[in-house]
Design a protein around this ligand. Sequence first.
Ligand SMILES: [Zn+2]
Length: 340
Amino acid sequence: MKAIRIHEFGGPEVLRYETVADPELRKNQVLVRTRACAMNRLDLWVRKGLPGIPLPHILGSDIAGEIAAMGEYVTGVASGQRVLLAPMHFCNHCAKCVAGLQNQCPEFTVLGNLVDGGNCELMAVPPEIVIPIPDRLDFEQAASVPLVFLTAWHMLVTRAGIRQGQTVLVLGGGSGVGIAAIQIAKLFHARVIATAGDDAKLEKARNLGADYGVDHYKQKISQEVRRITEKQGVDIVVEHVGAATWEESMKSLKPGGTIVTCGATTGPNAAFDLRFLFARQLSFLGSYMGTMGELHDVLGHIFAGRLKPVIDRTFSLEDTRAAHAYMEQGRMFGKIVLQV
Ligand SMILES: [Zn+2]
């Protein structure tokens, strides 16, 4: 089969389009013919080098395609069925997995991180991560959903416990997590303030349901939040930016407010005054991916059309280098999808 593999870490030039051996289908696995694989910020981190990644390595976390074959122990799916894959690897037998907390499994990793991903034509995977998709979603749309919608759902619903009527600040409203978080917050009838880096992105964020927009390059986030909320502050900040925004995120919270974070794009070292944390009774919550149960929950809303995939642009698998370069420019609103 054809695949994009890296043999070393580095810039987009380390991505090689090459012929590799087809995966061997085990009796308890499903063989999926990949049709689309969406990109995430993680692809860039993996390409540049993260600890524990075996080389050569196939990138790609968000996969949609068709079932090409099934091992003899597999039931409940059919050849030719259109599916997406839960973007995660877990052991499926430890205490955390059987409790439905796959993202706390000792073996947990994201597809394309510590295990091979979907920048290739064929994948042999366990049936529990194979999820049928409705005809109304094309492969590109289906591939664009899982990682970011699951991440945003776990952040807002499970970790931060979003409630009707709250006010939510979504940083980077045009990012993958941002487009999901805006929509999920609106699903819960929250008031949403989204930040973005230019007017066109702010307009698109409003079209997704954001009630207010803040240009995070031209305006001071916490000042705008104070103005919009009449000095009240927000209940929840959806963070993934890190060092560059942490202080602004903190200052944007009302007393008792919550920052929930899933990333540190601008750097991992954020400093804060502990007195501010305890005196204002703030909560800082970490969030990483989500569980299979949460994925099924959020996909229910996607399949019913209440939450919508947002695709910025598609590239062919052969052009993955160009797709990485495009993502690094940061001009996209929504997801970049590779067609396989
Ligand atoms: Zn496990």
